[in-house]
Design a binder for this molecule. Structure first.
Ligand SMILES: NC(=O)c1ccc[n+]([C@@H]2O[C@H](COP(=O)([O-])OP(=O)(O)OC[C@H]3O[C@@H](n4cnc5c(N)ncnc54)[C@H](O)[C@@H]3O)[C@@H](O)[C@H]2O)c1
Length: 222
Protein backbone atom coordinates (compact mmCIF):
# COMPACT_ATOMS: atom_id res chain seq x y z
CA UNK A 1 0.00 0.00 0.00
CA UNK A 2 1.14 3.56 -0.58
CA UNK A 3 2.93 5.41 2.18
CA UNK A 4 1.43 8.15 4.31
CA UNK A 5 2.37 11.75 3.52
CA UNK A 6 4.66 13.63 5.84
CA UNK A 7 1.95 16.24 6.50
CA UNK A 8 -1.28 15.73 8.44
CA UNK A 9 -4.66 15.44 6.82
CA UNK A 10 -7.73 16.26 8.86
CA UNK A 11 -10.44 14.44 6.96
CA UNK A 12 -11.54 10.87 7.44
CA UNK A 13 -11.25 8.97 4.17
CA UNK A 14 -13.07 5.96 5.61
CA UNK A 15 -16.49 7.48 6.17
CA UNK A 16 -18.30 5.26 3.68
CA UNK A 17 -16.96 7.12 0.66
CA UNK A 18 -15.39 3.95 -0.73
CA UNK A 19 -18.94 3.10 -1.85
CA UNK A 20 -19.08 6.17 -4.11
CA UNK A 21 -20.31 5.36 -7.61
CA UNK A 22 -17.76 5.71 -10.39
CA UNK A 23 -19.28 8.86 -11.99
CA UNK A 24 -19.14 10.59 -8.58
CA UNK A 25 -15.47 9.66 -8.24
CA UNK A 26 -14.86 11.10 -11.70
CA UNK A 27 -16.56 14.35 -10.69
CA UNK A 28 -14.56 14.55 -7.46
CA UNK A 29 -11.41 14.32 -9.53
CA UNK A 30 -12.59 17.24 -11.68
CA UNK A 31 -13.52 19.29 -8.59
CA UNK A 32 -10.08 18.55 -7.19
CA UNK A 33 -8.36 19.83 -10.33
CA UNK A 34 -10.42 23.06 -10.36
CA UNK A 35 -9.93 23.64 -6.63
CA UNK A 36 -6.16 23.33 -7.02
CA UNK A 37 -6.23 25.84 -9.85
CA UNK A 38 -8.31 28.31 -7.84
CA UNK A 39 -6.06 27.93 -4.79
CA UNK A 40 -3.06 28.70 -7.02
CA UNK A 41 -4.88 31.90 -8.03
CA UNK A 42 -5.29 32.88 -4.38
CA UNK A 43 -9.01 32.08 -4.06
CA UNK A 44 -10.16 30.88 -0.63
CA UNK A 45 -13.89 30.03 -0.95
CA UNK A 46 -16.38 29.03 -3.59
CA UNK A 47 -19.99 27.88 -3.67
CA UNK A 48 -21.65 24.91 -5.34
CA UNK A 49 -22.92 27.04 -8.22
CA UNK A 50 -19.41 28.26 -9.06
CA UNK A 51 -17.86 24.80 -8.74
CA UNK A 52 -20.66 23.26 -10.78
CA UNK A 53 -20.20 25.83 -13.55
CA UNK A 54 -16.48 24.99 -13.75
CA UNK A 55 -17.08 21.29 -14.41
CA UNK A 56 -20.49 21.61 -16.06
CA UNK A 57 -22.68 19.92 -13.46
CA UNK A 58 -25.61 21.35 -11.52
CA UNK A 59 -25.14 22.93 -8.07
CA UNK A 60 -27.42 20.23 -6.64
CA UNK A 61 -25.11 17.47 -7.87
CA UNK A 62 -22.08 19.31 -6.44
CA UNK A 63 -23.81 19.63 -3.07
CA UNK A 64 -24.78 15.95 -3.07
CA UNK A 65 -21.23 14.85 -3.99
CA UNK A 66 -19.65 17.03 -1.35
CA UNK A 67 -22.14 16.14 1.36
CA UNK A 68 -21.24 12.47 0.77
CA UNK A 69 -17.78 13.47 2.03
CA UNK A 70 -19.37 15.05 5.07
CA UNK A 71 -18.75 18.56 3.76
CA UNK A 72 -21.49 21.15 4.04
CA UNK A 73 -21.03 24.59 2.52
CA UNK A 74 -21.99 27.64 4.57
CA UNK A 75 -24.71 29.83 3.16
CA UNK A 76 -23.29 33.05 1.81
CA UNK A 77 -19.70 31.85 2.25
CA UNK A 78 -19.55 28.56 0.38
CA UNK A 79 -16.85 25.95 0.88
CA UNK A 80 -13.32 26.68 2.08
CA UNK A 81 -11.11 25.65 -0.83
CA UNK A 82 -8.18 24.37 1.24
CA UNK A 83 -10.33 22.09 3.41
CA UNK A 84 -12.30 20.79 0.45
CA UNK A 85 -9.15 20.06 -1.55
CA UNK A 86 -7.73 18.17 1.39
CA UNK A 87 -10.90 16.11 1.88
CA UNK A 88 -11.30 15.21 -1.78
CA UNK A 89 -7.57 14.46 -2.02
CA UNK A 90 -7.86 12.05 0.91
CA UNK A 91 -10.80 10.24 -0.71
CA UNK A 92 -9.02 9.99 -4.06
CA UNK A 93 -5.82 8.78 -2.48
CA UNK A 94 -3.93 11.94 -3.42
CA UNK A 95 -3.11 12.57 0.21
CA UNK A 96 -0.98 9.43 -0.04
CA UNK A 97 2.24 8.82 -1.89
CA UNK A 98 1.75 6.32 -4.71
CA UNK A 99 4.75 4.67 -6.31
CA UNK A 100 4.05 4.28 -10.01
CA UNK A 101 5.87 2.48 -12.80
CA UNK A 102 5.35 2.84 -16.53
CA UNK A 103 5.65 0.02 -19.06
CA UNK A 104 6.20 0.91 -22.72
CA UNK A 105 8.21 4.04 -23.44
CA UNK A 106 6.94 4.81 -26.94
CA UNK A 107 5.31 8.05 -28.11
CA UNK A 108 2.74 7.99 -25.32
CA UNK A 109 4.99 6.64 -22.56
CA UNK A 110 7.64 9.23 -23.42
CA UNK A 111 5.11 12.06 -23.05
CA UNK A 112 3.79 10.66 -19.76
CA UNK A 113 7.30 10.45 -18.31
CA UNK A 114 7.85 14.12 -19.18
CA UNK A 115 4.54 15.23 -17.65
CA UNK A 116 5.13 17.10 -14.39
CA UNK A 117 1.52 17.05 -13.16
CA UNK A 118 1.49 13.62 -11.47
CA UNK A 119 3.85 14.39 -8.61
CA UNK A 120 1.74 17.08 -6.99
CA UNK A 121 -1.18 14.65 -6.79
CA UNK A 122 0.97 12.11 -4.97
CA UNK A 123 1.90 9.89 -7.94
CA UNK A 124 5.65 9.35 -8.13
CA UNK A 125 7.02 7.69 -11.26
CA UNK A 126 9.81 5.49 -9.94
CA UNK A 127 10.81 3.44 -12.99
CA UNK A 128 9.96 2.76 -16.61
CA UNK A 129 10.37 -0.44 -18.64
CA UNK A 130 10.79 -1.13 -22.32
CA UNK A 131 12.19 -3.87 -24.53
CA UNK A 132 13.92 -1.67 -27.13
CA UNK A 133 17.71 -1.77 -26.65
CA UNK A 134 17.98 1.89 -27.72
CA UNK A 135 15.80 2.98 -24.78
CA UNK A 136 17.07 0.76 -21.98
CA UNK A 137 19.48 2.59 -19.65
CA UNK A 138 18.28 6.05 -20.74
CA UNK A 139 16.39 8.52 -18.56
CA UNK A 140 13.31 10.52 -19.54
CA UNK A 141 11.88 13.17 -17.23
CA UNK A 142 14.33 11.98 -14.57
CA UNK A 143 12.96 8.41 -14.69
CA UNK A 144 15.29 5.52 -15.60
CA UNK A 145 14.23 3.06 -18.26
CA UNK A 146 14.92 -0.58 -17.38
CA UNK A 147 14.88 -3.72 -19.47
CA UNK A 148 11.31 -5.08 -19.46
CA UNK A 149 12.75 -8.61 -19.60
CA UNK A 150 14.02 -8.09 -16.05
CA UNK A 151 10.89 -6.32 -14.84
CA UNK A 152 9.80 -8.96 -12.32
CA UNK A 153 13.04 -8.69 -10.31
CA UNK A 154 12.97 -4.90 -10.39
CA UNK A 155 9.35 -4.82 -9.23
CA UNK A 156 10.22 -7.04 -6.27
CA UNK A 157 12.86 -4.48 -5.35
CA UNK A 158 10.68 -1.38 -5.85
CA UNK A 159 7.27 -2.70 -4.70
CA UNK A 160 5.33 -0.10 -6.71
CA UNK A 161 1.61 0.41 -6.07
CA UNK A 162 0.40 1.27 -9.56
CA UNK A 163 1.44 0.73 -13.17
CA UNK A 164 0.75 2.71 -16.31
CA UNK A 165 0.54 0.42 -19.31
CA UNK A 166 1.51 2.01 -22.63
CA UNK A 167 2.58 -1.01 -24.68
CA UNK A 168 1.17 -2.09 -28.06
CA UNK A 169 -2.24 -3.73 -27.80
CA UNK A 170 -0.95 -7.24 -28.52
CA UNK A 171 1.39 -7.00 -25.52
CA UNK A 172 -1.07 -5.53 -23.04
CA UNK A 173 -2.59 -8.71 -21.58
CA UNK A 174 0.70 -10.52 -21.11
CA UNK A 175 2.42 -7.53 -19.50
CA UNK A 176 -0.62 -6.96 -17.29
CA UNK A 177 -0.48 -10.59 -16.15
CA UNK A 178 3.20 -10.11 -15.20
CA UNK A 179 2.28 -6.98 -13.25
CA UNK A 180 -0.50 -8.80 -11.40
CA UNK A 181 1.86 -11.67 -10.57
CA UNK A 182 4.31 -9.11 -9.22
CA UNK A 183 1.62 -7.84 -6.84
CA UNK A 184 0.72 -4.50 -8.43
CA UNK A 185 -2.48 -3.02 -6.95
CA UNK A 186 -3.78 -1.12 -9.96
CA UNK A 187 -3.18 -0.64 -13.68
CA UNK A 188 -3.95 2.39 -15.83
CA UNK A 189 -4.21 0.83 -19.26
CA UNK A 190 -3.81 2.93 -22.40
CA UNK A 191 -3.76 0.01 -24.84
CA UNK A 192 -7.06 -0.15 -26.74
CA UNK A 193 -8.27 -3.35 -25.14
CA UNK A 194 -10.41 -3.94 -22.08
CA UNK A 195 -8.17 -5.73 -19.61
CA UNK A 196 -9.91 -8.17 -17.34
CA UNK A 197 -7.68 -9.24 -14.53
CA UNK A 198 -8.19 -11.79 -11.84
CA UNK A 199 -8.11 -11.06 -8.14
CA UNK A 200 -8.05 -7.69 -6.52
CA UNK A 201 -6.07 -5.71 -9.10
CA UNK A 202 -7.95 -2.56 -10.08
CA UNK A 203 -7.93 -1.53 -13.73
CA UNK A 204 -8.86 1.70 -15.43
CA UNK A 205 -8.89 1.46 -19.20
CA UNK A 206 -8.24 4.74 -21.00
CA UNK A 207 -9.25 4.46 -24.63
CA UNK A 208 -8.55 7.82 -26.24
CA UNK A 209 -9.92 6.77 -29.64
CA UNK A 210 -13.20 5.70 -28.09
CA UNK A 211 -13.39 9.02 -26.22
CA UNK A 212 -12.99 10.76 -29.59
CA UNK A 213 -15.82 8.66 -30.93
CA UNK A 214 -18.00 9.71 -28.02
CA UNK A 215 -17.11 13.30 -28.74
CA UNK A 216 -17.94 12.92 -32.43
CA UNK A 217 -21.25 11.33 -31.47
CA UNK A 218 -22.07 14.24 -29.17
CA UNK A 219 -21.19 16.77 -31.85
CA UNK A 220 -23.32 14.92 -34.40
CA UNK A 221 -26.29 14.69 -32.05
CA UNK A 222 -26.31 18.22 -30.66
N1 LIG B 1 0.32 7.65 -28.77
C1 LIG B 1 -0.95 7.95 -28.53
O1 LIG B 1 -1.40 9.13 -28.60
C2 LIG B 1 -1.93 6.89 -28.14
C3 LIG B 1 -3.25 7.23 -28.11
C4 LIG B 1 -4.18 6.28 -27.73
C5 LIG B 1 -3.77 5.02 -27.40
N2 LIG B 1 -2.47 4.67 -27.47
C6 LIG B 1 -2.11 3.31 -27.11
O2 LIG B 1 -1.06 3.34 -26.16
C7 LIG B 1 -0.15 2.29 -26.41
C8 LIG B 1 1.22 2.90 -26.68
O3 LIG B 1 1.14 3.75 -27.80
P1 LIG B 1 2.42 4.42 -28.44
O4 LIG B 1 1.93 5.30 -29.51
O5 LIG B 1 3.28 4.98 -27.37
O6 LIG B 1 3.14 3.12 -29.08
P2 LIG B 1 4.67 2.97 -29.48
O7 LIG B 1 4.69 1.85 -30.48
O8 LIG B 1 5.25 4.28 -29.83
O9 LIG B 1 5.33 2.49 -28.12
C9 LIG B 1 5.16 1.24 -27.54
C10 LIG B 1 6.40 0.95 -26.71
O10 LIG B 1 6.20 -0.26 -26.00
C11 LIG B 1 7.40 -1.01 -26.05
N3 LIG B 1 7.07 -2.41 -25.82
C12 LIG B 1 6.57 -3.32 -26.68
N4 LIG B 1 6.37 -4.48 -26.07
C13 LIG B 1 6.74 -4.31 -24.78
C14 LIG B 1 6.77 -5.15 -23.65
N5 LIG B 1 6.34 -6.43 -23.71
N6 LIG B 1 7.24 -4.66 -22.50
C15 LIG B 1 7.66 -3.38 -22.41
N7 LIG B 1 7.67 -2.52 -23.44
C16 LIG B 1 7.20 -3.00 -24.63
C17 LIG B 1 7.98 -0.71 -27.42
O11 LIG B 1 9.36 -0.98 -27.47
C18 LIG B 1 7.66 0.78 -27.55
O12 LIG B 1 8.70 1.58 -27.03
C19 LIG B 1 -0.68 1.53 -27.59
O13 LIG B 1 -1.43 0.43 -27.15
C20 LIG B 1 -1.57 2.54 -28.29
O14 LIG B 1 -2.60 1.93 -29.02
C21 LIG B 1 -1.55 5.57 -27.84
Amino acid sequence: MPSEPDHETTSDPNSGVNKLPRPAVGRLSLYFRELHRLADQGETHLNSKQLGALVDVSPAVVRRDLSSLGTIGRRGVGYPIDKLTEQIGAVLGSGLQWQVILVGVGSLGDALLRYRGFERLGFRLVAAFDLAPGKIGKQIGGVSIWNAATMTGKLAELSPDLAILAVPVDQAAVVAADLVAAGISGILNFAPTTLRLPGSTAVVNVDLASELQRLAFSVQNR
